[in-house]
Structure formats: C-alpha cells, structure tokens
Design a protein around this ligand. Structure first.
Ligand code: IYR
Length: 228
C-alpha cells in the first residue's frame, strides 16, 4: 500500500451464536418494514431525522467524497409545491392527463398489484419529506469542481441506511421517485450540479393504513443467493 495516514481498527469479536442471533434479529426487524402510502400528520421529533441522516452519512462511498445532500422539507408551502409538481408528472406517467401514458403497458401492468396512481396526498400529509440529492462533483470539501465517483451507488447505499434507521425508530417511509424530478432542485434550492435521486417520505402510518399483499411476497434465500 502506498504511504498514507492510518488509525487502528478493531471490532469486538462476537461468539458465533451471538453473531447469528444478532443477524437474525436485525433481519426480523427489517422484515417488518413496509413501504407505506398512507401517512398521518402526527409530528416526529426533528432529532430522529437528524440522527437518521447522520447514520446515512456513514455509508460507504466513492473516495469518501460523501456525494449526497439530504434536503429536509417540513414547510407546508414547500410540501404543497412538491406535491403539485410531482402529481403533474405522475398524471403524465399514468395517462391521467388525457394523453397516452408515458409508462409502457408492461410497466402499468407491473404497478397494478400496488394500486398506485397519480394522487400523492402523502407528500403533504407526512411531517417530513427528505429529498435526496446526488452530487456529481464537489469532493469532500463540496467545491463544486472535484470529480465524485460511484455517485449513484454511494447515495443508494446511504438511502438504504437512512430508511433502515428510520424504521428502527418506529417510523414509516416511502421511497417516492416521480419522473422526471428536476423540479425538486428548484423546490429545495439546490444547485444544477446535483441530481435529485428520490424523496423519502417520513412519518407515522395513518390509522387506516394498508399495504398491498403483493409487497409481502419476498424472494426466499435460495432464490436471491448462490454459494460458490
Ligand atoms: N413513480 C410512480 C410510479 C411507480 C413506479 C414504481 I417501479 C413503483 O414501485 C411505484 C410507483 C408513482 O409513484 O406512482
């Protein structure tokens, strides 16, 4: 290895049975997570959101440039503006604007089991929208110039850690990806060099919240893994 500054790294070694039990416990908690489309307006402590973003900010990423920005939207006016712009895009996607849908028949067919449509009331109801931006450039100093690497992969992993932490805190989330979503840059006052990646809607499920049965079908271990 080339010369570079280091500090020691160690982890407490766990007995095998404890390691297995912890991995299974984490798996079982994550199995409870659902993508939620029905939110209450019950408030959520800001500190939970802050800690979850800090957790996301520990994600492995290209050259440790940490190419992400999390814009937390709590203002009703901004939430309304995002809802209106997102619904306009979604009406075109689903063909609810009177034109042919932008989505293919196959795509619309795949969504049928989820029951989604262009209506996105949760964008106004939920207490927080975390709009996640990917920084194509900037480096660790956010100088707007330095090249970033593996940006989508890095920000994707960070989003996973964000969602897992929010779930651990007893909150419901929805990853929402209106397409195209360039409007989020203006709504969140972010620079041209940043690419909006997704909106993570955060809050408590409404009392009458449901999830589609389709979402409960998880591929078994034998299907999602192979051992070589
Ligand atoms: N963005 C649209 C469509 C949509 C697409 C996929 I793939 C989903 O898993 C869910 C929805 C919408 O939010 O309705």
């Amino acid at each position: 290895m080339r010369d570079h500054e280091t500090v020691p790294y160690s982890l407490d070694a766990l007995p095998d049975d404890e390691a297995i039990a912890r991995a299974r416990a984490m798996r079982d908690r994550l199995r409870q997570r659902r993508t939620c489309r029905y939110f209450s307006d019950a408030p959520v402590p800001r500190e939970v959101i802050e800690a979850a973003i800090e957790a996301a900010g520990t994600a492995p990423n290209g050259a440790n440039h940490q190419p992400w920005h999390f814009a937390v939207v709590e203002s009703s006016a901004t939430k309304r503006a995002i809802r209106e712009a997102a619904e306009a895009e979604e009406r075109r996607f689903y063909g609810e604007d009177g034109d042919n849908p932008k989505a293919s028949d196959e795509w619309l067919g795949a969504l049928r089991e989820l029951g989604t449509d262009a209506d996105k009331p949760f964008l106004e109801t939920a207490p927080y929208l975390i709009v996640v931006f990917a920084q194509r450039k900037g480096g660790i100093e956010e100088d707007g110039q330095t090249q970033n690497y593996y940006v989508t992969e890095s920000v994707g992993i960070a989003c996973g850690m964000l969602i897992a932490t929010l779930h651990e805190a007893g909150l419901a989330t929805l990853t929402h990806t209106p397409s195209p979503m360039g409007f989020l840059r203006e709504a969140c006052q972010r620079p041209e060099s940043e690419k909006p990646l997704m909106i993570v809607v955060v809050g408590r499920p409404s009392e009458d919240a449901t999830v589609p049965v389709h979402a409960l079908k998880k591929k078994p271990l034998g299907q999602i893994s192979s051992w070589l």
